[in-house]
Ligand binder design. Structure first.
Ligand code: CA
Length: 709
């Protein structure tokens, strides 16, 4: 009996052990796991695996049943600014970030909040964020979660409970740099860049020891204006290759630009890390370097050794770039058959409107064709790899109305490569922009330094001009064949500035859109199969994971980002709404309540007076304020100043604009840039617009007040 009992007890113990499999260690991600996610259903890194294809082989949700997709759970956040993050799913935990660099960990099946982390970014830092106070997500590695904060910190959190393990200061917090990018981890090093090329400074990519936060190496993308080495891994290549491409110009004062604010991909076989760089500073190459020189390594794709950070090759998308045509846009690594030969390629659809396929072993251009209307160049010369530019594109005193615009034919919104269809799904857009040199350009430390006359875009238009302009503002989802360099199908959206993309083994492409719908399309035909009204704008990319046999599709919801901040009049008229995380499954029955919308009423301007000059105020406004509040005061997203009670008295307006009483929201004092008279003139302009008056006509040769007083 004893023996039988013992046997039964052992059997019971064995059964219990099988049921109570120890919970996996939180944040259990390493390089092998991220590399494997290129082909399996795991989603442990920003772009899924290191190749960042954003294709999941999961098939439970497919073309046959996607109509039954419903909400499984949702979470609402405490910020109403843009939501750009890709959530990661690691062993049943969903990690995501919101605007203002906050981190959240949820039970991926139930939506229960496990922990959250607020880096308490000072609201003043919002002034330095050209394109909203967004964050694109975390990296997870060996028990830690990494986030880059808007105020330039890289923070390592314990994946179990979110407590801070270490913090590294990536850039001087007093500099105008910000971080919005998701970190990536390669070989126990956390890779992070920074944003802010419009403001001045020099871009770089940094690699930090994942365990300790110690800086391992740093690669500067443009030469040091003082000609001295940085003591960085980029010293040699900057001296040999880059410095000779930078003739004299304002870059020596302003910094050159070339920030590294989005794409970082890694090929474990070639042991190469690839990253992209932003525009030069000032934008205008005439001012930056006398209209001469390639200005390496701005607007380039750079390959470095993953162990050392040493330069291996580069491909410059726009030599001597002058239009904010960044090459930081998402990159995808894939193996394609081109002309009958297997090729290891890197694909990018940068702002300039051409789709590039490079040989990622050596950086050689294999093909480049326009995926949207492009007017700045005829073609890319396949032999030299250089664009054949339209001569007018090198704007001087002429106004060059050009496509794409600085917001790009494709911005940060992730694209997806589906190996089953062989197609790349691109969130694409089109918009014209009038480039004209600013003859009055003066360096504004800490402000925008473009060297471009922004008024060239903001002037009054005739109804015919406005109609022609509107006809060229478009947003699409383009299914692009990277081998033939032709579209397979195209969906046109009602607006530009639509969301990132996911493709799946279920034959589906998922994408949200500016008007707030979340769509599923047939990956082969583009036929719309499902949609869900989120009630808010969508810019973030969806992701998918499977847990306990159930497939989920997760999406961060919340309008914002560069397009929303700089061109709100072209997007749905919607107040700012709190961000949400929506998670869907087949047969999901949860409901998210409608958003509460509170619109400020039109102002009663009875008895409101001003001593200001509205025509001058118009010029000052479009030079200093329109980036956040909309050209011609058309803004509806960041406060619509036509409806702000603060414009009704000079004292109230001064308290915000000169004294900075709203600095906690990112509206810092502009006393560095504007005189009290300028401010009253702006108020006069805003009052005139609040009354519905036509735009004033600026005085001929009107100069704006620029530079510190
Ligand atoms: Ca830029």
């Amino acid at each position: 009996m004893r023996i039988i009992k013992l046997g039964a007890a052992l059997l019971l113990a064995a059964t219990l052990a099988a049921c109570q499999k120890p919970a996996p260690k939180a944040g259990n991600v390493d390089g092998a796991r991220i590399a494997a996610a290129d082909t399996n259903a795991d989603w442990p890194s920003y772009g899924k695996g290191y190749s960042e294809q954003r294709f999941s082989p999961l098939t439970q949700v497919n073309t046959q049943n996607v109509g039954q997709l419903g909400l499984a759970w949702y979470a609402q956040f405490d910020t109403d600014r843009g939501q750009e993050a890709t959530p990661l799913e690691v062993d049943g935990v969903l990690y995501t970030t919101t605007a203002w660099s906050k981190v959240f960990a949820f039970d991926a099946a139930t939506g229960k909040l496990l922990w959250s982390y607020d880096p308490k970014v000072n609201g003043k830092k919002g002034f330095d964020a050209c394109c909203d106070v967004v964050n694109r997500g975390v990296a997870v590695w060996k028990g830690k979660v990494y986030v880059g904060t808007l105020d330039d910190r890289l923070v390592a959190l314990d994946a179990k409970d979110g407590h801070v393990v270490w913090t590294a200061q990536v850039a001087d917090p007093k500099s105008p740099f910000t971080i919005t990018q998701a970190p990536r981890v390669v070989k126990d090093k956390v890779l992070i860049g920074e944003s802010g090329a419009e403001y001045g400074g020099r871009g770089y990519l940094s690699a930090y020891d994942a365990a300790t936060g110690k800086l391992a190496w740093r690669f500067y993308t443009v030469p040091n204006p003082d000609g001295k080495p940085d003591g960085a891994v980029s010293d040699k290549v900057l001296m040999q290759k880059a410095a000779p491409t930078w003739p004299e110009g304002k870059w020596k004062l302003v910094g050159g630009g070339g920030t590294v604010w989005d794409a970082i991909v890694y090929d474990p076989q070639l042991n190469l890390i690839y990253f992209g760089t932003d525009n030069g500073t000032p934008w205008n190459q005439q001012i930056r370097s006398g209209g001469k020189g390639d200005n390496l390594f701005i607007t380039s794709i750079i390959a470095v050794n993953a162990d050392t950070g040493q330069y291996v090759w580069h491909y410059q998308v726009n030599p001597g770039e002058s239009w904010d045509y960044s090459a930081v846009q998402p990159m995808i690594l894939a193996d394609l058959t081109i002309d009958g030969k297997p090729r290891k390629v890197l694909m990018q659809a940068p702002k300039n409107g051409f789709f590039y396929v490079l040989d990622r072993t050596n950086g050689k251009l294999l093909s480049a064709k326009p995926f949207v209307p492009v007017t700045w160049a005829k073609a890319i010369d396949i032999t030299t790899g250089r664009p054949i530019e339209n001569p007018d594109a090198r704007y001087k005193s002429n106004v060059d109305l050009q496509m794409p615009a600085p917001l790009g034919a494709h911005n940060w919104h992730p694209m997806s490569y589906d190996p089953q269809t062989g197609l790349v799904y691109i969130p694409a857009q089109s918009m014209p922009f009038a480039y004209q040199s600013d003859p009055n350009y003066v360096y504004k430390p800490g402000g925008w330094n473009l060297g471009v006359n922004m008024l060239a875009n903001a002037g009054p238009t005739t109804p015919a001009q406005a109609k022609a302009l509107a006809a060229n503002i478009k947003g699409w989802l383009i299914a692009w064949n990277p081998v033939t360099q032709k579209p397979a199908w195209t969906v046109q959206h009602p607006y530009f500035w639509n969301a990132g993309v996911l493709s799946t083994g279920g034959g589906l492409v998922f994408q949200g859109a500016a008007e707030g719908q979340f769509y599923a399309y047939d990956a082969r035909t583009g036929k719309q199969l499902w949609s869900y009204a989120t009630g808010n704008g969508v810019i973030a990319p969806p992701m998918t994971y499977q847990l306990n046999g159930q497939q989920y599709v997760a999406l961060m919801v919340g309008a914002g980002g560069g397009g929303q901040v700089s061109a709100p009049s072209l997007l749905p008229k919607r107040p700012r709404l709190p961000g949400r995380l929506l998670v869907f499954k087949l047969g999901g029955k949860a409901t998210a309540p409608p958003f509460k919308i509170i619109q400020p009423p039109p102002l009663d301007l009875t008895g409101v007076t001003t001593t200001g000059d509205k025509a001058h105020g118009y010029v000052v406004f479009n030079d200093n304020c329109q980036v956040c509040h909309g050209a011609n005061a058309s803004g509806s997203w960041l406060p619509d100043l036509k409806r702000s009670i603060m414009i009704t008295t000079a004292a109230d307006f001064d308290s915000v604009v000169l004294q900075g009483v709203r600095a906690h929201n990112g509206m810092v004092s502009f006393s560095r840039f504007l005189t009290p008279k300028d401010v009253e003139d702006v108020r006069a302009f805003l009052i005139s617009q609040a009354k519905g008056e036509p735009l004033p006509v600026p005085a001929a040769g009107a100069k704006t007040a620029v530079g510190p007083k």
